[in-house]
Design a protein around this ligand. Structure first.
Ligand code: UD1
Ligand code: UDP
Length: 357
């Protein structure tokens, strides 16, 4: 078995890291293609360093661009590499344009594709990620779902049961492998002068939020209101996409909010684990909040991670400032421990085991 692993963005590097470690440990034949969809040091290089990942064999240097242009550039290079290297299994993770491009190429070349995090559905086809997920799932031979709910979504789309492997989510593996190390290594709490459970952590980068001036304005208004109500620090490690939209739309951010550069995984994990509340529109951060038992408000109208809501750890608040405030207050008060719906941390092992069969 020769595996080609294709990744390109921050969450893919993090969620693929336990798989890479497992492949290294077991001396499997594999190589990594990095599309470089993410290329800024703090969205890319920092994770390879911190997670001690091996050098990638191919870096495609694709970078940013319009959807068609970016996806097409990836496809051209990925096809060349697949033809040259002749892998017999391809692994992709998630729902980015990197995943879309590798999935289409694998399917055209008739190479077995394994999709990690298969079966997630928000039901909102306006999200580029929803289209990417659907295409990737329908190109795949191995559909590695995190939960029963995601397996059901696939069965509803007539995908065969024999191709579905419920394995949990590799983010649980990543947290288990890194949280203790992070707590030892990171001094972010001290550096930002924070106190445990006495600050709020925020991220926002979803295209449908930040590319819309009205929504972006109202999200920051809501966060400002939340800060005023609690009088505690609100920390926002800002995605470069959001920064550029704030500048473009000339949105004024309340001075009370603390905007910082995107953080490495160790610092971010520590901030997540010790915060009073998370407000986000990220997919992975909804999962991490749930796994770490930190209450979360999700600034979107839909989620492809409904398990986080079902266990009581997450609530959808859209981009309405009053809802951000109301549910921010409500969620920050909940005091219960819910079960982790995303598996027990052996997903990478299960994925490689099933891929080898
Ligand atoms: C992408 C994924 C999204 C995922 C997110 C993770 C798609 C369609 N979107 O969104 O699903 O949640 O990654 O963070 O695949 N930029 C930089 N440096 C970088 C990368 C991007 O400055 O290293 C800026 C550029 O201005 C770029 C913009 O961010 O135009 C958007 O980057 P892009 O990769 O297209 O999408 P993301 O918003 O990062
Ligand atoms: N993350 C990080 N530093 C940050 C913000 C996020 O390390 O400043 C990590 C976070 O812990 C999670 C992943 O990045 O594992 C989520 O990525 P993102 O929100 O960009 O993408 P999504 O999950 O929405 O696709």
């Amino acid at each position: 078995m020769k595996i080609a692993l294709v990744l390109g963005t921050r969450p893919e590097i993090i969620k693929m890291s336990p798989i890479i470690r497992f492949l290294e440990k077991n001396k499997n034949e594999y190589f990594i293609i990095h599309t470089n969809q993410h290329y800024s040091k703090n969205l890319d290089e920092v994770f390879f360093k911190e997670l001690e990942l091996p050098k990638v064999k191919y870096n495609l240097n694709v970078g940013s661009g319009l959807h068609g242009e970016q996806t097409a550039r990836m496809m051209v290079r990925i096809e060349e590499i697949f033809l040259k290297e002749k892998p017999n299994k391809i692994l992709v993770q998630g729902d980015t344009n990197t995943v879309l491009s590798a999935s289409i190429v694998a399917s055209k070349l008739k190479i077995d594709l394994g999709h990690i995090e298969a079966g997630l559905r928000s039901g909102d086809k306006n999200m580029p990620e929803e289209i990417n997920r659907i295409v990737a799932d329908h190109c795949s031979t191995y559909l590695f779902t995190p939960t029963e709910n995601s397996s059901k979504n696939l069965l509803n789309e007539n995908i065969k049961q024999k191709n579905i492997y419920m394995v949990g989510n590799t983010i649980v593996d990543a947290i288990q492998q890194n949280l203790k190390i992070a707590q030892k290594k990171s001094d972010i709490i001290k550096k930002l002068n924070l106190q445990e459970k006495n600050y709020i952590l925020v991220t926002t980068h979803r295209a449908e939020n930040v590319d819309n001036k009205n929504r972006l304005k109202r999200i920051f208004k809501g966060l400002g209101m939340l800060q005023k109500k609690f009088s505690i620090p609100v920390i926002i490690p800002l995605h470069p996409r959001t920064l550029s939209r704030i500048k473009e739309f000339k949105i004024s951010i309340p001075k009370t909010l603390k905007i910082i550069e995107p953080l490495g995984y160790m610092d971010f994990l520590v901030l997540e684990s010790k915060t009073r509340l998370i407000a986000t529109d990220s997919g992975g951060i909804q999962e991490e909040a749930c796994i770490l038992h930190v209450p979360c408000i999700t600034m979107r109208d839909t989620t492809e991670r409904p398990e986080t809501i079902a266990v009581g750890g997450n609530v959808l608040v859209g981009w309405d400032e009053d809802k951000i405030l109301k549910y921010g207050i409500k969620m920050s008060k909940i005091d219960k421990v819910w079960p982790n719906p995303f598996g027990n941390g052996n997903s990478s092992e299960l994925i490689i085991e099933n891929l080898s069969k």
